[in-house]
Ligand binder design. Structure first.
Ligand code: NAP
Length: 288
C-alpha cells in the first residue's frame, strides 16, 4: 500500500478548513438510527479517536437518534478543539416509528437549528446543510425559499456557512442565488455515480462535495474488481473505495461512518493511500 502521512485539507472559507477525510456520525445510535447505541462508551471512544487521529470534520444531524448523536458528540468532545468543524443538517424530523419526515417550513427549520445548537452545546453552528426531500416534487423555488430561512439565521449569527444535501444541479443554482453554498452532500460512491456532473461542478466552484454512503451505507459495496484491486495494492476493499473517491475530485470530502475504533483507524489510513493509474482505471470501469 502506497501511503502518505498527512491528512489533506480543503479550505472552503478562511474560517472553514476541513480535513478531506472526515467522520460521519449517523451510525452511533441504536438500530434504524433511533435511540441510544448499544455501547455508549465505545461511541464516545470513536468520536474521541476521530479527533485524536487528526480529523477536523464531523458530520451529524439532530434527527440521528433524534438528538442522541449530537448529545454524544457534546459528551465526547465539548469544549471543542478550535479547528474542529461540525457539519449538521436540517430539513427533517422523525416520527414515532423512526420514519423520516420532511420538515421545511420556516418555524420548523428555525426550531431545528436551535435544537442542534442546544444539543451540541454551541452558540454558532459552523455549517448547516439544508436537506431536501428525495423523490417528490420539490421545485427549485422551494429550495430557494427554505434556504432563505437558513440564510436569515446566518445573518443573525447563528450559522457561519451553509450547504445543501440531496439536491439537483438546478436546486444548487437556485440556492446560490440566495446565499453562498460551501458544501453539497449527496449519495456518491464507486457504484452510484449519477452525480458525476455535479461532482465536477463542485470542483470547479470550490464547493466541498461530501459523498454520503461512501462505503455503500446499509448495503456494503461488494465486487470482485474491488477485491482484486484491494489485494493488488495491499489494502482493504473499504480503503480502496475511499481512496478512489478522494482521487476522483479535489473537492471530494468523505464522511464514512463506523461505530468501531478499528474501522475508523482503517478508514483514516485510506487518506494516505494513492491508487496507481491501472487500479483507478479498473475501478472507473465498475460504474453500473
Ligand atoms: N445527507 C443525507 O441524506 C445522508 C444520508 C445518509 C448518510 N449521511 C451521512 O453520511 C455518513 C456516512 O453514511 P453511513 O455511515 O450510513 O454509510 P457508509 O459510511 O457508506 O458505511 C457505513 C457502514 O460501513 C461499515 N464500515 C465502516 N468502515 C468500515 C471498515 N473499515 N470495514 C468494514 N466495514 C466498515 C460500518 O459498520 P461498522 O460500524 O461495523 O464499522 C457501517 O455499517 C453518515 O454518518 C451520515 O453522517 C447523510
Amino acid at each position: 500500500m502506497t501511503t502518505g502521512s498527512a491528512l489533506q485539507t480543503l479550505a472552503l472559507a478562511p474560517d472553514l478548513i476541513i480535513t478531506r477525510m472526515g467522520y460521519g456520525a449517523m451510525q452511533l445510535t441504536g438500530p434504524g438510527v433511533l435511540g441510544p447505541p448499544e455501547d455508549r462508551d465505545q461511541a464516545v471512544a470513536v468520536l474521541r479517536e476521530a479527533v485524536r487521529l487528526g480529523l477536523t470534520h464531523i458530520d451529524t444531524s439532530d434527527f440521528y437518534g433524534p438528538a442522541v448523536v449530537n448529545e454524544l458528540i457534546r459528551e465526547a468532545l465539548h469544549p471543542y478543539p478550535d479547528d474542529l468543524h461540525i457539519v449538521t443538517k436540517v430539513g427533517g424530523r422523525r416520527d414515532d416509528r423512526g420514519g423520516w419526515i420532511p420538515s421545511h417550513d420556516r418555524a420548523a427549520l428555525r426550531a431545528q437549528v436551535h435544537d442542534n445548537l442546544r444539543h451540541l452545546g454551541l452558540e454558532t453552528l459552523d455549517v448547516v446543510n439544508l436537506r431536501t426531500p428525495t423523490q417528490d416534487g420539490t421545485s427549485d423555488d422551494d429550495v430557494a425559499e427554505w434556504f432563505g430561512t437558513l440564510a436569515e439565521m446566518r445573518d443573525e449569527g447563528l450559522i457561519r456557512h451553509l450547504g445543501l444535501s440531496g439536491v439537483t444541479a438546478g436546486q444548487l443554482t437556485a440556492a446560490q442565488a440566495v446565499a453562498p453554498v460551501v458544501t453539497l452532500q449527496n449519495l456518491y460512491n464507486l457504484t452510484n455515480r449519477a452525480d458525476d456532473a455535479l461532482v465536477d461542478r463542485c470542483a470547479a466552484e470550490n464547493i466541498a462535495y461530501a459523498a454520503f454512503f461512501p462505503l455503500g451505507g446499509f448495503t456494503p459495496l461488494q465486487s470482485q474488481t474491488l477485491s482484486d484491486v484491494a489485494e493488488r495494492v495491499g489494502a482493504s476493499g473499504q480503503q480502496v473505495a475511499l481512496a478512489w473517491l478522494l482521487q476522483r475530485s479535489p473537492t471530494m470530502v468523505l464522511i464514512p461512518g463506523t461505530s468501531s475504533p478499528a474501522h475508523l483507524r482503517e478508514n483514516v489510513a485510506a487518506a494516505g493511500l494513492t491508487l496507481p493509474p491501472d487500479a483507478i482505471a479498473a475501478l472507473d470501469a465498475m460504474a453500473g
